[in-house]
Design a protein around this ligand. Structure first.
Ligand SMILES: Cc1cc2nc3c(=O)[nH]c(=O)nc-3n(C[C@H](O)[C@H](O)[C@H](O)COP(=O)(O)OP(=O)(O)OC[C@H]3O[C@@H](n4cnc5c(N)ncnc54)[C@H](O)[C@@H]3O)c2cc1C
Length: 308
C-alpha cells in the first residue's frame, strides 16, 4: 500500500522537513504520495512534485485549509486513509497536533517521533527523554506516525511527480482567529547548520545580545535552555530540549548551559558539540566534543573578536 506524507508549508514555500519525511517514507516503501493541503499554494505543489521518490502529489486547495488547522487536516487525512498503509508527518507542532487526532479517529495507535525505519511495520523511537531507544512493531492496518525530521536527510530534487487535485473540503468547528509570528533574519532553529545556545549562565536577556553577535558572525541560529526561557531572557520558541525543539545541527555551541538530561534530549545528535562553562564538573562536558572551562563573559567576546 502507498505511503502518505503530510506536507508542511506556509502556502508559499514547502518546509525542508517535508523533504526529510519523504526520505523516511522511502525507507518504508516505493509508492510515496505527498498531500499538500492549503490555499493558493501552487509554489508548494511544485516543490513537492520535485522531491525525488514522490510518485504523486495530492492537492487540496481550499480556503478551509489556509490556516492549517489540525482539526480540518485530520478530517481530510481520515478521508484519504483507506488508500494508505502509512500516514506520516513531521514531529513538528503541526504533525503533533494533527496525527494523534487521525490515529484516534481511525482507532489505531499513534507512533511518535520515529528516528529510524527497520521495516514497513517496525520503527525506532526514543523514550525516557532520549535515554533509551525503543524498537516497536505495529500490527495496525494503517500506521499513523510522526517522524523526527532531524534524523533523516532531505530527499533531493529533480523529480516531476504527477498531481491529483482533490475536491474535498472538511471544516471542523474550530475557527482560525489570528496568529503572531516571530520574524527573524537568522536561520530557523530546526534547520540551522550551526546553533549558538545560551543558558541560565547568560544572566539576563541583554547578555543574549552577545550570542546574537556570535550567531551573526557564524550564520547561526540562536537557541536557549528552558531555564533561560523561564527566566524571561528570550522567547520560548528558542527553547531546545525535551519540551522544546529537537535539533541536529553540524555545530552546537552551548554557552552557560549545565547539560541537564532534558536539554541534552534536544541537541545531543548535533555532529559537533562545543561547551563553554565555568564549572568543570558541568554534565554538558560529558557530551561535548570540545569543552572550554571559562567565564563566558570573557570567552564569548574573545571568540567574537577572533572571528573578525
Ligand atoms: C519535564 C521537564 C522538561 C524539561 N524540558 C527542558 C527542555 O526542553 N530544555 C531545557 O533546556 N531544559 C528542560 N528542562 C529543564 C532542565 O531540567 C534544566 O533545569 C535546564 O535545562 C537548566 O538550564 P541551564 O543549563 O540553562 O541552567 P543551569 O542548570 O542553572 O546551568 C547554568 C550553567 O551556567 C554555568 N554558568 C553560570 N555562569 C557562568 C559564566 N559566567 N560562565 C560560564 N558558565 C557559567 C553554570 O556553571 C551552570 O552549569 C525540563 C525539565 C523538566 C522537569
Amino acid at each position: 500500500m502507498a505511503i502518505l506524507v503530510l506536507a508542511e508549508h506556509d502556502n508559499s514555500a514547502l518546509k525542508l522537513d517535508t523533504a526529510k519525511i519523504v526520505t523516511a517514507a522511502r525507507a518504508i516503501g516505493d509508492e510515496v504520495h505527498v498531500l499538500v493541503a492549503g490555499h493558493q499554494c501552487d509554489a508548494v505543489v511544485k516543490a513537492a512534485q520535485a522531491l525525488q521518490g514522490v510518485s504523486q502529489v495530492l492537492v487540496a486547495d481550499a480556503s478551509v485549509y489556509q490556516a492549517h488547522l489540525a482539526e480540518n487536516f485530520a478530517k481530510l487525512l481520515v478521508d484519504l486513509a483507506p488508500s494508505y498503509g502509512h500516514i506520516l508527518a513531521s514531529a513538528s507542532s503541526l504533525g503533533k497536533d494533527t496525527l494523534p487526532r487521525v490515529a484516534a479517529l481511525l482507532d489505531v495507535a499513534q507512533i511518535s517521533e520515529v528516528i529510524a525505519v527497520v521495516s514497513a511495520d517496525t520503527f525506532v523511537r526514543p523514550i525516557y527523554a532520549g535515554n533509551a531507544l525503543e524498537t516497536l512493531q505495529s500490527l495496525d492496518a494503517i500506521k499513523v506516525m510522526t517522524v523526527r525530521a532531524s534524523a533523516f536527510d532531505a530527499a533531493s530534487e529533480g523529480n516531476n511527480a504527477a498531481v491529483t487535485t482533490l475536491d474535498k473540503e472538511f471544516e471542523a468547528k474550530t475557527q482560525f482567529v489570528s496568529q503572531s509570528l516571530t520574524v527573524s533574519e537568522r536561520p530557523e532553529l530546526g534547520n540551522a547548520g550551526i546553533i549558538v545556545s545560551g543558558g541560565r549562565g547568560m544572566g539576563s536577556g541583554e547578555n543574549f545580545g552577545m550570542l546574537e553577535q556570535l550567531a551573526d558572525k557564524l550564520g547561526a541560529a540562536v537557541g536557549a535552555s528552558r531555564a533561560a526561557v523561564d527566566a524571561g531572557f528570550v522567547s520560548n520558541d528558542l527553547q531546545v530540549g525535551q519540551t522544546g525543539k529537537i535539533v541536529a545541527p553540524n555545530l552546537y555551541i552551548a554557552v552557560g548551559i549545565s547539560g541537564a538530561i532534558q536539554h541534552l534530549a534536544g541537541m545531543k545528535d548535533a555532529k559537533v558539540i562545543v561547551a563553554i562553562n565555568k564549572d568543570p564538573e558541568a554534565p554538558i562536558f560529558q557530551v561535548a566534543d570540545y569543552g572550554l572551562v571559562a567565564d563566558l563573559f570573557e570567552a564569548v567576546p574573545e571568540l567574537i573578536s577572533s572571528l573578525g
